[in-house]
Design a binder for this molecule. Structure first.
Ligand code: IMP
Ligand code: MG
Length: 178
């Protein structure tokens, strides 16, 4: 799998350090509240598992599944909810957990969808942010790393369902998907 990477952007060690910082920041900001982390599957699974271990305040965990790319590297623009939350979120402080904020179409839709459920607040933590490609007006409160406009895989991020289990994050060689 490593041979399919053009270069490594973040090593396992880099990620561990950054996730620890994010967990500490969120724990500080939400002290005295009990936020509900809403993971967007499947991309979030590794980041969320590690982030939760760095959050030191009481919190809840839930997941949603939304449709996105299929096996293409470009977003289709349409968002569909495949799996909804398993609880009432009225009055809760929601923190959406994403692997990467790209065009913003997915999170823009999801944020609107969740706000309709009358939570106390909705914010976003994303491991990666690719601001160059933004099409929808959405801003993450917590960002692990800002990445250039390249297709990245690993640490939960896939190409055609592959590479999610890589412990590092790297740029996929363009010849793999062209
Ligand atoms: P958005 O709606 O364009 O912001 O799409 C976000 C989703 O697209 C992410 O949750 C990823 O699943 C996927 N995605 C966007 N860019 C990449 C990438 O570089 N590598 C892997 N998945 C990506
Ligand atoms: Mg995703």
């Amino acid at each position: 799998m490593m041979n399919d990477l053009q270069n490594i952007l973040y090593s396992e060690e880099d990620i561990r350090r950054r996730v620890r910082e994010l967990g500490a920041e969120i724990s500080r900001d939400y002290a005295g509240r009990e936020p509900l982390f809403v993971g967007v599957l499947k991309g979030c699974f590794m980041f969320m598992a590690d982030l939760m271990r760095e959050v030191t305040i009481p919190c809840g965990v839930d997941f949603m599944v939304v449709s996105s790319y299929g096996s293409s590297t470009k977003t289709s623009g349409a968002v569909e909810i495949i799996k909804d939350l398993s609880q009432d979120v009225t009055g809760r402080d929601l923190i959406i957990v994403e692997d990467i904020l790209d065009t913003g179409v997915t999170l823009n839709y999801l944020t609107g969808y969740l706000k309709n459920r009358h939570p106390a607040s909705v914010s976003i933590v994303t491991l990666l942010d690719k601001p160059e490609r933004r099409r929808a007006d959405v801003q993450a409160k917590y960002i692990g790393y800002v990445v250039p406009d390249e297709f990245v895989v690993g640490y939960g991020l896939d190409y055609a369902e592959k590479y999610r289990n890589l412990p590092c994050i790297g740029v996929l060689k363009p010849e793999i998907y062209s």
